[in-house]
Design a protein around this ligand. Sequence first.
Ligand code: ATP
Ligand code: MG
Length: 234
Amino acid sequence: MLELRDVSTRYGPITMLRGVSLAVAAGRIACLLGPNGSGKTTLIRAILGIVRPVAGTITFEGARIDRLPTHEIVKRGIAVVPEGRRVFPRMTVEENLRMGAFIEWTPADLVERRERVFALFPRLAERRHQKAATMSGGEQAMLAMGRALMSRPKLLLLDEPSLGLAPLLVEQIFAMIETINRSGTTVFLVEQNARKTLDIAHGGFLLQKGEIVGRGSAAELHASDVVRHAYLRT
Ligand SMILES: Nc1ncnc2c1ncn2[C@@H]1O[C@H](COP(=O)(O)OP(=O)(O)OP(=O)(O)O)[C@@H](O)[C@H]1O
Ligand SMILES: [Mg+2]
């Protein structure tokens, strides 16, 4: 569904991603593990066309997207839960969800899609008129996911959704990611929480200093020395 081939990006004189190649198959949960500053968010931004590759290609469902404007990429069926969640603090839950909508939808579309999100996250329905700023971290995480799901994406990119959440909430968020995946959405999950991530991912990639240094099934990653030493401490 998604394929990066030899993708490199730069921030000024510094090459950040260096020859990154990876593929995500339809229907899967693929993960990208990597330490702080390894280029995980940069990779998400490259997929979305926010950071332009200086070399390499990105294809989605067989067509190149690396030259398209971000809104065209999103329209093809890619949505993101950005790093730090980035809900609109002064807007209510309903208003935040509307920000995940496309301009051409009818009001009826909007309501129908919103109700589907509420069915998945009943907590958001209860709080539909509450301002996002006053919601708990876990609720904001749900809201950011709900907003991304408004467009019914084929591919959902999640940039460290568990960051800063208590263990119980992390469990819930990961369970929701599995539910979303079972409903047919392909997931690309960027995380530092390797243990939890490898519990739900089918397979994935390990990024270090802008380069892919490991790849394989979840079991293979779990067993690999580099993952065990860097992330699992076993
Ligand atoms: N706009 C920018 N201009 C210059 N350098 C940048 C820019 N954005 C990121 N960088 C640098 O690129 C490197 C990778 O950043 P990136 O945000 O992709 O890492 P990350 O893996 O997402 O890290 P984290 O786990 O902390 O979120 C870092 O050294 C960062 O300082
Ligand atoms: Mg990041």
